[in-house]
Design a protein around this ligand. Structure first.
Ligand code: PGA
Length: 263
């Protein structure tokens, strides 16, 4: 989906905007990205469920050369059928190529590792790249404790994904991303120390495979964005998942510029 040298910037718009506002913002981002000569394929937008279709069609119709990807913010754990209100993974094909799963804001609404694992399996079976979020909750924890917590989250959801017929090889094949999102950093204005993010990335690689792509998320701003890419080896990061700062074309593209994927 992205080569190792091109950091991926994922804009998670959450439920902040109505679909018409999302279409307008996508247009502004595309215009700004064109102006700044943003590297094709380096941006991904996760609009709301209702906004995904109009945003995807605007970007494909008018700004195809930027190759801005679309990620869904959730997917059903069920297959297509008589399930009122659900959004099954195969229905996203042609609209999204990835899906954010296991975000702490969804865990706060009651999603368990078991449910997240089922969703991961559905996404992978449909050929969508899961962006699987894991994150520790205690700002004061030691690095060891944080690593234990994210490892436990990963094990729990993977066990469920495997029970649902998926496998680690299938996840890797489809281009899984793991997003390390310390819960205390999300929306706080206070990002984690990039070195800490690198240590957790290394722990995740040690657990899964060196090949896995790891993103960082939690109060990313342009000023510190590049410092997340100082770490090399197993501590390297492959991109950023951005919430608040992705709600303006200027601040999102400032982050892209800081990463070297825009002028
Ligand atoms: P934030 O959100 O950038 O607003 O902290 C990040 C996220 O929740 O993915």
């Amino acid at each position: 989906m992205t080569n190792r040298d091109t950091p991926l910037l994922v804009a998670n718009w959450k439920a902040n905007l109505a679909p018409a506002e999302e279409v307008a913002l996508a247009g502004q981002i595309a215009t700004e990205a064109t102006r700044r000569e943003t590297k094709p394929g380096s941006l991904m937008i996760a609009p709301s469920t209702l906004g995904a279709v109009p945003v995807a069609s605007l970007l494909a119709r008018e700004h195809g050369s930027l190759q801005i990807g679309i990620a869904a913010q959730d997917v059903s754990a069920l297959e297509p059928g008589a399930h009122t209100g659900e959004g099954p993974a195969p229905h996203l094909l042609g609209i999204a190529r990835a899906v954010i799963l296991g975000h702490s804001e969804r865990r706060d609404l009651g999603e368990t590792g078991a449910l997240i694992g089922k969703k991961v399996a559905r996404a992978v079976a449909a050929g969508l790249s899961p962006i699987v979020c894991v994150g520790d909750r205690d700002r004061e924890a030691t690095t060891e404790q944080r690593c234990d917590e994210v490892r436990a989250q990963w094990h729990e959801l993977m066990e469920s994904a495997v029970q649902s017929g998926s496998s680690l090889a299938a996840l890797i094949d489809v281009g899984v991303f793991i997003a390390y999102e310390p819960v205390w950093a999300i929306g706080s204005g206070d990002a984690a120390d990039p070195e800490l993010a690198g240590r957790v990335a290394a722990a995740l690689r040690g657990l899964i495979t060196d090949e896995v792509k790891v993103l960082y998320g939690g109060s990313v701003r342009a000023e510190r964005a590049s410092s997340f890419f100082a770490g090399g080896g197993a501590a390297r990061l492959d991109g950023l998942l951005v919430g608040g700062a992705s709600l303006s074309s200027e601040s999102l593209l400032d982050i892209s510029t800081a990463l070297g994927t825009s002028r």
